[in-house]
Design a binder for this molecule. Structure first.
Ligand code: F6R
Length: 357
């Protein structure tokens, strides 16, 4: 059932245009009710593990930016620390593609016991997290066989962007016209994802030869790009066994830069134009230490000229960029695993669904 692809991971990367389209077509009443519940809470907490946590972090950054609301993302296995500052008027969004991750389920139960309303975003109808939430919202990624999350991540980002916009509408930050035009912009995603895959699959294959020979890499970004940098690093480490750290670019000089020497690969992810100048400063700092710099950048970005390698995403729309920018990084991780001769579908020590705390 790999339909001609050598691995499920590659098949699932290629499925993204279609399943993002399905997810957009499925924006319905569950999203409206979920947004209403999230809007009605005092503080919005968002919880998840792994890749789903990166999607949750993105939701928190975007929602805070669009609405001015207090949105607190946390890693679900750390819920005992976050429950102290929650109260019954708050609301929790639990994000889990499988809907079965025990850490996320435990966080959900702790918030429910406090009297909080819980909204869930999962990919599996009838999963335990969806059943135990007050309002279940679904992406439509279809079953994901590869252990590394790919299509479930981009559909999560698509779904969470829509939820953030619906919350902004309820907060009076976006009128009906604004919502309509943003939905039209989101509809451009499937074609753009296809274009990125077509343009950069060959690039990823070529670059994988260089990365496969490295023992370490950094993925740096600022703002809305940070969750994408974190996810890019997680993909590389889990499927290709190359040590990779995602880090806020500004924080990199408070320690991580000590490891950088000639040829050390540093991937920069740029989303927000307003942060590019600062990101450029970080690129220069890394170059001065001899780093090999790779940038995933929007069309028209001025960063291109200063990078050793660039992937130019055919869009400048900050609502769409994060979803497009993870695609070349998924491909890079995949091809690096293939280059090293390891099976990207079954990384050692990892399970698709983690059911022990
Ligand atoms: C990484 C990956 C894991 C999961 C995490 C949460 O590629 O797949 O990090 O994202 O175990 O799983 P769900 O989303 O099912 O709760």
């Amino acid at each position: 059932r790999k339909e001609g692809f050598p691995h499920f991971m590659l098949k699932e990367i290629h499925e993204q245009p279609r399943v993002i389209n399905d997810t957009i077509a499925g924006f319905g009443r569950d999203y409206e009710m979920g947004a209403e519940m999230l809007h009605s809470g005092d503080t919005i907490f968002v919880t998840a593990a792994g890749t789903s946590y990166h999607a949750s972090m993105y939701f928190a950054l975007l929602t805070a930016k669009l609405t001015g609301r207090k949105v607190i993302p946390f890693i679900s296995s750390e819920y005992e620390s976050y429950i102290h500052s929650a109260s019954s008027g708050d609301v929790l969004l639990a994000v889990s593609q499988s809907g079965e991750t025990i850490d996320t389920l435990m966080a959900l139960r702790a918030f429910k016991a406090l009297g909080c309303k819980v909204v869930s975003l999962t990919n599996v109808i009838g999963s335990v997290i969806s059943r135990e939430s007050d309002q279940a919202v679904y992406m439509k990624a279809g079953p994901e066989i590869g252990v590394a999350a790919t299509k479930t991540f981009t559909t999560q980002l698509t779904a969470l962007t829509w939820l953030a916009l619906l919350i902004a509408q309820r907060g009076g930050r976006l009128d009906a016209e604004g919502i309509k035009s943003t939905r039209e912009r989101i509809k451009a995603l499937p074609d753009l994802v296809e274009e990125v895959i077509m343009k950069y699959e060959g690039w990823a294959k070529g670059m994988s030869r260089l990365i496969a020979a490295k023992s370490s890499a950094y993925y740096l970004s600022r703002g809305l790009g940070l969750p994408i940098a974190l996810e890019g690093a997680l993909k590389l480490k889990e499927v290709a066994y190359v040590h990779a750290e995602g880090y806020p670019a500004g924080e990199s000089k408070h320690g991580p830069i000590a490891l950088v020497e000639r040829g050390f690969p540093v991937v920069f992810v740029s989303v927000e134009k307003s942060l590019e100048k600062k990101l450029l400063g970080n690129i220069e700092e890394m170059k001065a230490r001899g780093a090999f710099t790779i940038g995933i950048i929007p069309q028209g970005s001025e960063l291109g000229a200063r990078l050793d390698e660039k992937v130019v995403i055919p869009s400048r729309d900050e609502v769409l960029l994060p979803i497009l920018e993870i695609i070349p990084l998924q491909l890079l991780a995949y091809y690096t695993a293939v280059e090293k001769g390891v099976d990207p579908d079954k990384p050692r020590n990892l399970a698709k669904t983690v059911t022990v705390e």
